[in-house]
Design a protein around this ligand. Structure first.
Ligand code: NDP
Length: 461
């Protein structure tokens, strides 16, 4: 009783054909392209100039006390020192990614590193990836620690001290890599059959044309930019903020420790599960354009670390009860996030021959066709967390995100931007994913949504 469906309508619009982009998506794309870099600048600048008050610059602008020009002039500009730091950083990550094959999987039980297969692309290809992110993270952090403790080549506050100049450098790389990927898709695509042209140049630039652009056999743009310079830096940026608190006030607040610990769990989880990450939407379904290229270089390192930045300017010391509540929310959120992802991974890997919550999982059998006309079978699980709601992994992620924000107390809305953004991102992602699944699985998807009617919160949404 399976329904055969062609995976996504987009297969009618593969290489060479035009896919219609509606005016709403197009306006959203142009709006984002024009405003996102300024939004990032705004959130960093308000800390530098207004102690993270979001309303103060707006009030000053309204009353005429400040102008856009005066705010811009006060912000630190590009420096060659920052350019050097950033060049060394990205080059070092390229070397770790390309030249140091993974050995950690040989002695870490349960860790899947080394050469791994990605998911089947719409054209039917299965790419190979060198999974060595955990190793890169460990080497980078060991060097950071060795420098802070023994070598003293640079101050651990180096990132914070160059933060706005670094913002300009990351923007240069973000735009350069997105533009390169865009031009490459026309001139020398890695796999022409996996390219998606929509007929709209802005949409192509933003959402990407090539599916898995590569240079040579191993330099995969998506995995490198998604999983190296920004995410490896995330924990270092937080450590740099903690070092700055220590330097400024002589102590590190419990809120800063909480943010460092909870976000480090999330980052380490990403690296521990990097092989699993090859099967997530970013790698499996998104094309590589400005959304991923610029987003990974600029948006992620600057906006995912706003809590630590806020705490440098506002050293909040939480009561024990507040700190305990934040820790609990963060850990429960992480548990839901990880367990939900793990259940699906286990279910898919074993093709349903596993135990979920002590029982054999229940599922719906589905079939679909890929772009090359091949017939494939799949299963949608209806037990465990996937029987409670259709995306509890997002719910767990949102609980964790709320915990980072709540660690900053309730003095300003600045650190809460993250939960607002994550809610928009994951609700939009949920809708986008369900639209794709519905096109892919057709009636079988309807059977699944009838069996599991809620998306993120059972009984509510
Ligand atoms: P999922 O891991 O939830 O993957 C969705 C896919 O899983 C669907 O497209 C479908 O793929 C398959 N699927 C859906 N329902 C079922 C089911 N019942 N049984 C089996 N398979 C099913 O989504 P993401 O890749 O978006 O997210 C992975 C994690 O990454 C999440 O925890 C998310 O929170 C996190 N994330 C974090 C971000 C951040 O910025 N911090 C950004 C994005 C994600 P198929 O076609 O194979 O059937």
């Amino acid at each position: 009783h399976t329904t055969l469906c062609v995976e996504e309508k987009r297969h009618t619009s593969w290489f060479g054909a035009a896919l219609e982009v509606d005016w709403f998506s197009l306006s959203a794309v142009i709006l984002l392209l024009c405003t996102a870099p300024f939004l990032v600048f705004f959130f960093v600048m308000v800390c530098d100039q207004y102690q993270c008050s979001v309303s103060q610059p707006l009030v000053e602008l309204y009353s005429g006390e400040a102008t856009l020009g005066s705010i811009w002039d006060k912000a630190p500009s590009f420096t060659w020192a920052a350019a050097q730091i950033y060049t060394v950083w990205v080059s070092f990550q390229v070397v770790l990614y390309m030249c140091v094959p993974d050995i950690t999987h040989k002695f870490l039980p349960g860790y899947a590193g080394g050469v791994q297969d990605g998911a089947r692309t719409p054209a039917g290809l299965i790419n190979k990836y060198e999974i060595n992110g955990l190793q890169s993270w460990l080497i980078t952090h060991a060097l950071w620690y060795a420098n802070a403790q023994y070598f003293h080549w640079f101050s651990p506050t180096i990132i914070f001290d160059n933060w706005i100049p670094l913002l300009w450098c990351t923007n240069i790389l973000g735009y350069a890599v997105s533009t390169f990927a865009f031009v490459k898709a026309y001139l020398f695509p890695t796999n022409a059959e996996d390219c998606k042209f929509t007929g709209n140049v802005f949409y192509n630039y933003m959402m990407g044309i090539e599916f898995n652009p590569r240079i040579g056999k191993w330099f995969d743009f998506k995995l490198f930019f998604n999983g190296r310079p920004g995410i490896v830096a995330w924990t270092l940026i937080n450590l740099s903020y903690a070092a700055k608190q220590q330097e400024l006030y002589g102590y590190v607040t419990n809120s800063m420790i909480l943010v460092n610990v909870l976000q480090a769990i999330y980052v380490l989880d990403f690296f521990w599960n990097e092989a699993w990450y090859l099967k997530t939407i970013d790698i499996c379904h998104d094309h590589f354009g400005w959304y991923l290229g610029w987003g990974d270089c600029v948006w992620l390192p600057f906006l995912y670390t706003l809590q630590g930045l806020y705490l440098v300017y506002n050293p909040v010391q939480l009561s024990t009860a507040h700190a305990a509540a934040v820790l609990l929310l963060g850990l429960v959120g992480y548990y839901v996030f990880r367990s939900t992802n793990h259940q699906k991974d286990l279910f898919r890997r074993t093709e349903g021959k596993c135990s979920i919550w002590g029982k054999k999982p229940t599922f719906i059998e589905c079939a679909y066709r890929s772009g090359d006309g091949g017939l494939h079978h799949s299963k949608l699980m209806t037990s465990g967390f996937w029987g409670v709601a259709r995306h509890l992994n997002y719910t767990g992620d949102l609980m964790g995100s709320l915990a980072y924000c709540a660690a900053c107390g309730f003095g300003h809305i600045h650190p809460y931007f993250y939960i607002v953004y994550m809610t928009i991102l994951l609700v939009h992602r949920c809708v986008r994913d369900e639209h794709r699944c519905s096109s892919k699985y057709g009636k079988d998807w309807k059977r699944y949504t009838d069996a599991v009617p809620y998306r993120l919160l059972p009984g509510i949404f």
